[in-house]
Structures are given as C-alpha cells and as structure tokens.
Design a binder for this molecule. Structure first.
Ligand SMILES: NC(=O)C1=CN([C@@H]2O[C@H](COP(=O)(O)OP(=O)(O)OC[C@H]3O[C@@H](n4cnc5c(N)ncnc54)[C@H](OP(=O)(O)O)[C@@H]3O)[C@@H](O)[C@H]2O)C=CC1
Ligand SMILES: CC(C)(CO)C(=O)C(=O)O
Length: 307
C-alpha cells in the first residue's frame, strides 16, 4: 500500500482465522508489521482481498491458506475472528497447528466459555481477548468496507505467563486506538450489555440502531438490561443499571444510522449470535435458579425469525 511501511522480513508471520469483516480489518493492520496469512475454510486460495475506506479501495497484502496447507505446530501468532458460535470448531481445527509458545488472540461479540481452551494452554502459550469498536462489513466476498475506526482493547485471559507477547505490542503500535486493558472481562460484559440492548430489538423490528432511542422501546430495553446487569453482578462484575443504560443509549446515538450485526445476519439468512447474547443471559439465570423473561422472549423471537 502506497506510503505505508512494509513489514521487515524478520517479523514473525501473523495468521488470521476467518476472512470476515473483522478478520480482514485486523489483517489490514497486521500487514503493517508482519507477513499475514488469512486462514479460511475455502480451498480457493488464490483470491485477493480488498480493503475499502472512504471510497478508496486498496488490495490487502496478505496470503491465503486452508488449514490443510499449514504445517503442524508452526503458528506462533494468530488472531481468531469468527462468530461466537463458530469459535469451538475454529479452535479445535487450529490447535494442532499452534507452536508451544503461541499467542492466540480471540475477538467476537457475545459470551463464550473459554475455560476448556485456557486449560489446554502450555506454560508458554497465551490467550488474549480483543474487544473492538472497529466497524466493518463485507460488500462482496473479497472486500471489507471499514465504516468506523473505533478503539480496540486487548486483555490477557491466561494465568501464569504474564510477559507481553510481541504480537500484542505490535497491535498496540499499529492498530488505531489500541491498548491493553487490565480488566478485559469488564469490557466484555459492557459490550455484551450494549449488544443485549441493541442487537435483538433492531433485528426483530428491522430498524437502524438510532430508532431504538424512541420511547416506545424504553421499557423493553430497561427490562433486558435490568436482567443482564443482575447476571453481571451475580458474576462479580461491578456494573450499575444506570451506567449500562447510559452506555447503550450512547452507542445507539453513535451508531444511529448503522444496521446491527444481528439485523444484517437475518437479512443475509446467516445464523445470528443470539445464543451468545440473550441465550447466555438465560442460561446464567437458569444456573442461578432464576428467570430472565425479557431476554427469554427475545431469544425465542429471534430464533423464530432466523429459522
Ligand atoms: N463486523 C463488525 O463490524 C464487528 C463484528 N464484531 C464481532 O466479531 C465477530 C466476527 O464478526 P464478522 O467478521 O463481522 O463476522 P463474519 O461472519 O463476517 O466473519 C466470520 C468469518 O469467519 C469464517 N470462519 C468461521 N469458522 C471458520 C473456521 N473454522 N475456519 C476458518 N474460517 C472460519 C467465516 O467463514 P465462512 O464464510 O466460511 O462462514 C467468516 O468468513 C462476531 O462475533 C461479531 O459480532 C465485533 C465488532 C465489530
Ligand atoms: C455496537 C453494535 C450494536 C453496533 O451496531 C454492535 O456491536 C453490533 O451490531 O454487533
């Protein structure tokens, strides 16, 4: 890309699993510091990818591989950018290719149980989570359009090895507004609460995020967040209902003209992340012998809508 530094030859390669919107946005920034290989489920490995921002389209300087083409135990630095429900399969496929000191960065919306994977890490491996406010969508199978240059927060999920890996340092330097956050779980919960408030209603009503600011939706949003904040508090996460409401309405304002990812998934007839959002809240409530009727109702409504 004109005017941008090419990665030095000695930089260790970065693998990006998932050529979706986030995968290609992350690949675009990783190519600034390392050779990048995008790992896909497709065997068509010749496809070039493109990045579009403010109507300017540039080719991505990345190669493309299927898992079958990789060497076992060779991946030292990897970003996994798949949907929450795709994560277990992607991790299972990836595991034999990880080196003994690999850095794994996971990014998705909703909540997933990463405990089994954290337990499988070697002493030298680290698993990090990236929560991002970058916004993008695929305008075609090979092109990502970068809509919003939001911040990305990185947090270490693994216990023990606390040295900051080179991948994390490089992401901090080269990604826009990117920093380490000491409490990544809090940020994950905050993002979950925003997604609980916005995604399912915008998908059910087929409206832009800003429409949810109308008083008509206020009592349902209050009910959803009241339940979700209670679950967060039960899990030891200190978030108040008033702060969760303020954040949700702020994001509705900032993304007023956006289509939520769940609304897009329904339009494109793709599986939604409702199970990792309202479904997660309902499962947590059941485990605590309680009920979350607002989340349960939306879970059913979205499941029916996307069936
Ligand atoms: N888009 C956005 O602006 C934002 C998205 N997010 C979150 O980030 C996550 C990813 O979102 P997004 O990029 O939009 O989703 P996409 O559906 O666009 O991308 C997911 C990609 O992962 C691929 N994939 C799934 N499983 C595998 C696998 N086992 N091996 C290789 N590739 C695989 C899919 O391939 P295939 O085509 O074969 O299914 C698809 O290309 C979601 O949780 C989303 O909610 C967070 C912030 C912003
Ligand atoms: C923040 C929000 C609601 C932006 O649309 C989002 O994360 C999503 O659509 O998944």
């Amino acid at each position: 890309m004109a005017g941008q530094k090419q990665p030095k030859k000695r930089d260790k390669p970065v693998y990006v699993v998932g050529a979706g919107a986030v995968g290609l946005l992350f690949a675009r920034y990783c190519q600034l510091f390392a050779p990048v290989t995008v790992v896909t489920r497709s065997n068509q490995t010749g496809t070039p990818y493109f990045y579009q921002h403010e109507l300017v389209t540039t080719p991505l300087n990345v190669s493309h591989a299927h898992f079958d083409h990789l060497q076992r135990q060779s991946i030292e630095r990897v970003l996994i950018c798949v949907k929450a429900y795709q994560l277990p399969t992607a991790l299972e496929q990836l595991w034999p290719y990880l080196s003994n000191d690999a850095t794994i960065v996971i990014s998705h919306n909703g909540m997933s149980d990463l405990t089994p994977w954290l337990e499988r890490l070697t002493q030298q491996q680290q698993m990090w989570f990236a929560t991002t406010n970058m916004g993008g969508f695929k305008s075609s199978p090979d092109t990502v359009v970068h809509k919003g240059i939001g911040a990305t927060w990185l947090g270490n999920l693994s216990q023990g090895n606390l040295a900051i890996p080179s991948l994390i340092t490089a992401m901090q330097t080269h990604f826009p507004q990117c920093a380490i956050h000491e409490n990544i779980q809090l940020l994950r919960w905050q993002k979950l609460l925003v997604n609980v408030a916005i995604n399912p209603i915008s998908a059910r009503e087929d409206v832009d995020n800003g429409v949810l600011r109308q008083p008509y939706f206020a009592s349902e949003i209050l009910g959803l967040l009241n339940e979700a904040v209670w679950i967060a508090n039960q899990n030891g996460v200190t978030i108040s209902l008033s702060d969760a409401l303020a954040l949700a309405y702020q994001v509705m304002q900032q993304t007023a003209h956006n289509r939520s990812s769940m609304r897009q998934d329904i339009h494109l007839k793709r599986e939604t992340e409702i199970d990792a959002i309202c479904g997660f809240i309902c499962r947590q409530a059941q485990q605590k012998g309680s009920q979350t009727p607002f989340n349960a109702r939306l879970l059913t409504q979205i499941q029916k809508k996307s069936a």
